[in-house]
Design a protein around this ligand. Structure first.
Ligand code: SF4
Length: 402
């Protein structure tokens, strides 16, 4: 499959680009079965297809959201981009240049691309205060020559994340801070080395709903005022719409749809994106939504042939099992890896379980009548989203019960 590569929606500069990034993990000594019991070791090691052929570009002054359910490979992608793990294949380009190999250049990469982890409780050491956490990046990268200069820089970075006055926070320990304040300290630690790219792996998912908005608005400020390129990983498509300029939807390790955030969420072209949006709470929805074809994601050990979504897709056709769909253009800058958008296939034979709807209606989000209407344009706020539903294979899912 040719993974959707985001086309340029504007004139901003690409800072970090991934081309065909793939990560497979080899599992030795047996693998868990569906009931989480360890089955006998296989002769040949099993391979987990965590990320397959993902291409995307992060631009200055823009937020790119990667959306998907648990196990879709989005956190593995974040770690690949931060170079915490090495890819199986594919390449990373920083400012148009290939990934550095020397230790010195690797340190420069780490300075340019910083990561914010999901859990602010675990990412800060409970035995050290805020000053210690924020002094580390300055010392590791040789950015301060005296204690006075270090104190000044720590105060400045605390003010950048709105922890003011800095004196009130600098000597506090993690347990003395709220979840939101801890995540701001984690963001401040990432900002200390003046990165150009921030990879935020579900930065608000462990925070109370009431304080998510503050952290998302902080990320928006960093984008708008410091021109940071931000990768925002989330399972909550509503918060992705709120914050992001571009949305990339991942399913079973692959990109299935990408494009401008409003375009993708208003007019989802891929049935999986439609499923995600239908499952998101919508205060304007009056009648309960039912989705057909809902089920569990495939095993990453043995993903199905062709389209990996076909076992859950109500529109699955014969070709969906035979060939992996390439990225088709649904609109300007909006790509979807779905055979429904193949205009050459004007007489595709539907499978027993699904009829082929009009591709134009899919592209506008007005899917066939047996799918629910897509949520309309909403000012969805952070915290409005929920975890992706976990349903039994083939069950009818009532999303209001999720
Ligand atoms: Fe995949 Fe086919 Fe469904 Fe498109 S119609 S999402 S290609 S199974």
């Amino acid at each position: 499959m040719t993974a959707p590569t985001l086309s340029a929606p504007d004139t901003t500069t690409v800072v970090l680009e991934a081309r065909g990034l793939t990560k497979h993990f080899t599992v030795h000594g047996g693998v868990p079965d569906a009931g989480r019991r360890l089955v006998r070791a296989r002769r040949a090691p099993a391979v987990v297809h965590a990320v397959d052929d993902v291409s995307l570009a992060l631009r200055t002054g823009a937020v790119t959201a990667v959306v998907g359910e648990s196990g879709s490979g989005k956190s593995t992608l974040a770690r690949l981009l931060a170079r915490l793990i090495a890819p199986t294949s594919g390449e990373l380009l920083l400012n148009g240049r290939a990934m550095p190999r020397t230790q010195r250049r690797r340190l420069a990469y780490a300075k340019t691309v910083q990561m914010v982890l999901q859990d602010p409780f675990a990412s800060l050491n409970p035995i050290h205060d805020v000053r210690y956490h924020l002094s580390r990046p300055f010392k590791v990268h040789g950015l301060s020559r005296s204690d006075a200069e270090l104190d000044g820089k720590i105060a400045a970075v605390l003010e950048r994340v709105a922890l003011t006055p800095a004196d009130a926070f600098v000597r506090k320990y993690p347990h003395e801070l709220s979840g939101g304040q801890r995540q701001r300290v984690a963001i401040a630690r990432a900002l200390a080395v003046q990165p150009r790219v921030l990879v935020a792996d579900e930065p608000v998912s462990m925070l109370d709903v009431s304080i998510r908005l503050g952290v998302l608005n902080l990320l928006a400020d960093l984008r708008d005022h410091e021109q940071l390129a931000i990768l925002y990983i989330t399972h909550d498509i509503a918060s992705a719409r709120y914050l992001a300029d571009t949305v990339v939807v991942m399913y079973a390790g692959q990109v299935v749809e990408s494009g401008p955030a409003v375009e993708v969420t208003d007019s989802p072209a891929h049935p999986y994106t439609q499923l995600l949006l239908s499952a998101a709470p919508d205060p304007e929805r009056v009648t309960p939504v039912t989705l057909r074809g809902a089920g569990a994601p495939p095993s990453a050990l043995a993903p199905p042939s062709g389209c990996r979504f076909r076992l859950r897709c109500p529109y699955a056709m014969a070709i969906c099992a035979e060939q992996t769909p390439p990225a088709f253009a649904a609109a300007d800058g909006h790509l979807s890896a779905c055979w429904l958008l193949d205009e050459r296939r004007d007489s595709a034979a539907p499978s027993a379980g699904g009829a082929k709807p009009d591709p134009a209606s899919i592209a506008t989000g007005e899917a066939a009548s047996h799918l629910p209407a897509m949520p309309g344009r909403r000012s969805a706020g952070p915290g409005a989203g929920q975890d992706t539903p976990d349903t039994g294979q083939g069950e009818v899912m009532n999303t209001d019960e999720i």
